[in-house]
Write a protein that binds this ligand. Structure first.
Ligand code: CUA
Length: 338
């Protein structure tokens, strides 16, 4: 090959490689980074992208060069020279991709292992997924519960996922990983938040009618703010029954499907809880019994106009929480509030 041809090929390669690099770098393809695990995943993405750009530049340069250089002359009707393969070239185009794919596998493997590592002093959070809400419990903090995932900055947290009904999947784009919550199986996910902020928690497994509504919020706070929040929650748990019920309502995600003025809930997938007294009359039951039954055994009476089997049973709710929730719903639906 002449020197001129090599220079032209290199020039084309730089041109196509440069264009592809601009597309990769200038367009914000990924959400902002907010965890150490996501940093590592992004490294794998960029490592792979760099390899892809190099291969693309090489292929595009050879194609463009051939199109220009070997274009058929208008009066040339002759056949091209017969070609029977080239062992040397074939070995190269098999060996090089094999090496590149192996390199990507090794880098991915190292990142996967690192992303599952938890230091001794990590925080545990139990993530419960049910149709159609997330709830979060902190076993290290007296098992306090929350409908939002609150995390301290720079502290590694291990999420223990469980599902009460069907398969759900936990995803915070800024944290970079997804993990399924499967009934009867323990799955986990490790996160080390690196940026204070509020991020969406999304269910990414089609889990039923309310799948699109199955969202929560992850709030990353400074360590001091997190400690203050824990203290506040522990005090609130010791509050009078009315308020305790309101907390149970919030931490079990009732608001994602139901409307209840007193709790500021505006969900519409299920019946409007401000109308509970009227519904109880329709069902022919005393209000308190009706509310309790509807929580523990929702299919015993389904308000006309709403689908059967939509509401999951909350029969696993601890007795004291169930009592305070019933008390709260009875009181607030009568317009009493807490
Ligand atoms: Cu839970 Cu989709």
């Amino acid at each position: 090959m002449r020197r001129g041809s090599i220079l032209q090929l290199v020039g084309l390669g730089i041109l196509f490689g440069g264009l592809a690099t601009l597309v990769a770098v200038l367009i914000p393809w990924l959400p902002p980074v907010a965890s150490r695990q996501r940093d590592r995943i992004d490294f794998v993405f960029w490592f792979t992208t760099a390899i892809c750009i190099a291969v693309f530049a090489l292929v595009a340069a050879v194609i463009a060069y051939s199109l220009i250089k070997f274009r058929v002359k208008p009066d040339d009707d002759s056949d091209g020279p017969p070609i029977h393969g080239h062992t040397g070239v074939e070995i190269v185009w098999t060996a090089v991709p094999a090496i590149l794919v192996t390199a990507i596998s090794i880098v991915s493997g190292v990142v996967l292992v690192k992303n599952e590592q938890v230091p001794k002093d990590h925080l545990n959070v139990t993530v419960t997924a049910r149709q159609f809400a997330w709830s979060f419990a902190y076993p290290d903090e007296g098992n306090l519960t929350s409908s939002q995932l609150r995390l301290p900055l720079d502290k590694t947290v291990k999420l223990h996922l469980r599902a009460l009904d069907v398969i759900h999947s936990f995803w915070v784009p800024e944290f970079g990983q997804k993990q399924d919550a499967v009934p009867g199986q323990d799955t986990s996910l490790v996160i080390t938040p690196t940026k204070v902020g509020t991020y969406p928690v999304i269910c990414t497994e089609l889990c039923g009618l309310g799948h699109a509504l199955m969202r929560s919020t992850a709030i990353v706070m400074t360590k001091a703010d997190f400690a203050a929040w824990v203290r506040e929650q522990k005090n609130a748990a010791a509050a009078p029954p009315g308020e305790a019920g309101k907390a149970v309502f919030a931490s079990n995600g009732c608001a994602s499907c139901h409307t209840l003025k007193d709790a500021g809930a505006t969900g519409t997938a299920g019946p409007d809880l401000d109308k509970l007294p009227a519904y109880a009359k329709q069902a022919g039951k005393p209000l308190e019994d009706f509310v309790r039954q509807s929580i523990v055994d929702p299919n015993a009476y389904v308000q006309p106009g709403y689908p059967k089997n939509l509401m999951p049973s909350f029969s696993t709710l601890p007795k004291d929480q169930l009592d305070s929730l019933v008390a709260y719903l009875v009181k607030s639906s009568k317009g009493g509030g807490s």
